[in-house]
Each structure stands twice: as structure tokens, then as C-alpha cells.
Design a protein around this ligand. Structure first.
Ligand SMILES: [Zn+2]
Length: 333
């Protein structure tokens, strides 16, 4: 895909600048067909149109902070995610966890409270609970299955929007792992964070860097469709948003993929596109219920995709696959 880069008046949700560039425009057909098989296509398309209030969506890059955002700036609903849910997978461990876990261990003698927004199946929250106690851990998650898993572990988990969270508690550590780019209204999120974070607390946000998504879109044609992806962050846009709500950057880390990871990402994306073609071999393999048999066949089928993806993977390796930002309240607060 080639970005249009056409000047367009639009208000940036991160820094409020009124100038931007239109990168591309998509319709509900494209956004639906790229994510699900034909049997779920109509219901997903209808839900996307209900979210957007129409059938078109623009993706715009701010001229000042380079935040990339969708207009309509609306994130996916619970129904939307329940339709595409088959495609969602939680990581078993992330590189970013180690840094945060070490920082929490340093605080373990204090009575600290931990909050995680979009906690997935609670893999990190459980580790934190081992250090600070289950009663000090609160999670937010939308998936019923994941909520059950987190609650079964004895942790508090809410199925609601963090922006509507009412509490008297102040949290020492608040984490967002691969979730902020799915959320609309970042100003309301940061307003809530400024209310609930402790004065010497820390907010950690891990998200895919904007430049990495741009590479996948312009070089591989792997489009990060709204309403799943409503914002693409970089250091400057996070700084501008933080400034407006009294936060400063304490730490900023970029994580680069290995060649193997890069190869896996691109080959798997190409393969997953094939699984959505109902008569393809990949689609038939994807529908095998036995995990071991499905994975074995998938691996075999992935090999030709991996071979053809190698040149792109070498180029992709130069772009960070994740960024971790740590924010704290500014001293004047
Ligand atoms: Zn901006």
C-alpha cells in the first residue's frame, strides 16, 4: 500500500493539532473481509458500520506529533471483539515484563497497588500478585473467558471501560500491554490515570511503534485496520499527551525483533490471510480441531511462506517491534 499523504484538516486526539495527512481511507467491506471468514463477514461488517456510523474510515497522521489515528475515532465494541475473537492470542511472556517486574520487586516492602488495563489471561498480573499479594492487584479485561481465569486465580477483575472506573484507591503501578492502540479517547484515559495514580506511582505503556506498523503496511501490505487499531503511538505523541495531563517520561525503551521473530511475524501474517479464503488448504487446516495435528500441518504449510518472506524480514528487523514508556507525575503536580 502507498500512503496518500494528502493534507487534511483534522484534530489530533493526542496533541490537539489541527493539521494532518490522510494516509488512506478504507471501507467496512475491507475491514471485515480482512479479519474473518465468509461465515462471519456480514455480521462483522454490520457491527463495524454501527461503530463508525457509516461505511468509511480515514487513517490520518498528525503533522505535529505524528500520532496516527482513525476518523471516526471509535474503538471496537465488546460485540466486535466477540466476532473476531478467534483470531486473538495472548502472549505467554513479553520482553517488557522483565523490566517492570524488577522495578516492582524493588518496591515490595511498600504497600503497593497494581492495576492492569487489558490484562488478557492475567499472565503478568499473576506474577505481580506473587510479589505484592493478590488483594493488591486489580485487572480490567473484556473477554469473559479471560475474566474467569483471572478471577479463578483470586484477583479482582472488572469488565468495564477504565474511563468509567470509580475508586478511592491510588495505584503505584499501572500497566497497559498492547492495549492503548485499541482504545479511543486517549485524553479521557489519561485524565482518569492522573486521578488514580499515586503521586510517586508509575504508568507503563507497551505498544507497537508507529514506524513498525507503517513498514508492515507500505512494504508487506499488512494493514492495521480500524476499529481494532484506532491509534499508533510514538515517543513524541505519548510525550505530548502526557504533558497535557501532568506526566513526564521517566524511561523509554525500544525492543527490536530478531530475524526469526521478524520472519515469523511476516510469514504468519501471509499464512493467516490464506486461512480466510474458504477453499484454501490453509483454511481447511485452520479448521482442524485437534491442536497438535493442526499445528503440525500449519507448520508444514508455513515453510513456503517463510522462504518468500525472508527478504522482507531482513528489512523489517531494522524497525522496533515494541516500545515501552514509563510515565510519572511531573514534579509541579
Ligand atoms: Zn498530534
Amino acid at each position: 500500500m502507498k500512503y496518500m499523504l494528502k493534507n487534511i484538516p483534522s484534530i489530533c486526539p493526542a496533541c490537539c493539532s489541527k493539521k494532518g495527512k490522510l494516509l488512506f481511507e478504507i471501507n467496512s467491506h475491507d475491514a471485515a473481509i480482512s479479519q474473518v471468514k465468509k461465515n462471519k463477514y456480514s455480521i462483522l461488517k454490520k457491527e463495524i458500520e454501527s461503530i463508525w456510523g457509516g461505511n468509511k474510515c480515514k487513517v490520518i497522521r498528525c503533522d505535529v506529533c505524528y500520532f496516527v489515528y482513525s476518523i471516526p475515532h471509535k474503538s471496537g465494541t465488546e460485540k466486535y471483539y466477540s466476532i473476531i475473537y478467534d483470531n486473538l492470542q495472548y502472549p505467554t511472556w513479553r520482553k517488557e515484563y522483565n523490566l517492570i517486574l524488577n522495578n516492582i520487586k524493588k518496591l515490595q516492602n511498600k504497600n503497593i497497588k497494581y492495576l492492569e488495563v487489558g490484562a488478557g489471561n492475567g499472565v503478568f498480573a499473576k506474577k505481580v500478585a506473587d510479589i505484592i499479594g493478590k488483594h493488591n492487584v486489580t485487572c480490567f479485561e473484556f473477554s469473559d473467558k479471560s475474566i474467569e481465569e483471572i478471577k479463578n486465580h483470586g484477583l479482582t477483575c472488572f469488565n468495564k471501560d477504565i474511563k468509567k472506573f470509580k475508586t478511592k484507591d491510588k495505584f503505584s503501578v499501572i500497566c497497559f500491554f498492547s492495549v492503548l492502540h485499541h482504545m479511543d479517547n486517549p485524553n479521557l484515559i489519561f485524565k482518569k490515570l492522573s486521578e488514580i495514580v499515586d503521586n510517586d506511582g508509575r504508568i507503563y505503556i507497551a505498544t507497537t511503534p508507529e514506524e513498525s506498523i507503517a513498514f508492515m503496511e507500505t512494504q508487506i501490505n499488512a494493514i492495521a485496520y480500524p476499529p481494532t487499531h484506532v491509534g499508533r503511538w510514538n515517543r513524541l505523541s505519548l510525550k505530548k499527551l502526557g504533558d497535557r495531563h501532568g506526566f513526564s517520561i521517566e524511561e523509554y525503551t525500544l525492543y527490536y525483533p530478531t530475524l526469526l521473530q521478524s520472519l515469523k511475524d511476516i510469514a504468519f501474517w501471509k499464512y493467516s490471510q490464506k486461512t480466510k479464503e474458504s477453499q484454501s488448504l490453509a483454511s481447511k487446516i485452520a479448521s482442524i480441531k485437534n491442536n497438535l495435528i493442526r499445528k503440525s500441518f500449519s507448520l508444514f504449510l508455513l515453510l513456503p511462506f517463510a522462504a518468500s518472506s525472508l527478504p522482507s524480514a531482513i528489512r523489517r528487523k531494522k524497525f522496533p517491534s515494541s516500545q515501552l514508556i514509563c510515565l510519572k507525575k511531573s514534579k509541579s503536580q
